[in-house]
Design a binder for this molecule. Sequence first.
Ligand SMILES: Cc1cc2nc3c(=O)[nH]c(=O)nc-3n(C[C@H](O)[C@H](O)[C@H](O)COP(=O)(O)O)c2cc1C
Length: 239
Amino acid sequence: MTPLRRIARFYNAVKSPGSHVSATPMLPRASRKAYPRFPRIPLLRDGLSQASFADLLARRESVRSFSGEPIAFRALSRVLSTFQILDAERTPERRTYPSAGDRFPIELYLLSFAVTDLEPLGLYHLNIGEGALESLWPLQTDTPPDSLVPEGFVAPGALIVLTAMLQRSAVRYGVNAYPLVLLEAGHVAQNLLVGAVDAGLGACPVASLDDDVVTRAFDLGADEVPIYAVMLGSLPRPT
Ligand SMILES: Cc1cc2nc3c(=O)[nH]c(=O)nc-3n(C[C@H](O)[C@H](O)[C@H](O)COP(=O)(O)O)c2cc1C
């Protein structure tokens, strides 16, 4: 999808019937997406390491060539723990990242290439309320796995896809929601990248995915657009 088509899609979404710009700052809590009929795989919650933030930042770099060793589910859980609700009782709920107007438009999905305990070429949604992956369906056979691995990547273990549920933000910010969801995706992605360093994995931000392929693979509705992604993989052994 070209950038212009992407932006046009956003503007069409916020113009759709029922959408409006709310003048009131008090809105009901933004919804969280869930697939209740799909099997859930709880994430392991053993927390991040004791590494200092300075050390994690010093070690961060984009990695595109991975070893092909399956990512341990524990390591994946650690990365995904950087996207969680810390205090659901607080108003607004406190998460590991900030959100403009508490609208929390970002959703996370995962395509597994090689992760222990997950299906190869399985598609998952991260249910943030439950701290679990929801096992959706396998990648359709008419979607070549390579179409979700941009050029330059070798033997990745998983692709984390960040989408935005545009209406959650548009009810408050109208068309200004678009830059806000992009900024928020940046916050989330940086946490995932630093979490990957902590988990001993390689990672790289990805903006060069074909939005149409992602939309079809995850069966996203008209209101949900892919924004960004993070490729993960096991690090090659030092030579
Ligand atoms: C918004 C954004 C999009 C990016 N998209 C891609 C991408 O599609 N493919 C890729 O290989 N790297 C991508 N990168 C990674 C950059 O190429 C990388 O961060 C840059 O070369 C600096 O290298 P470093 O991350 O190792 O410091 C992206 C980075 C950002 C911030």
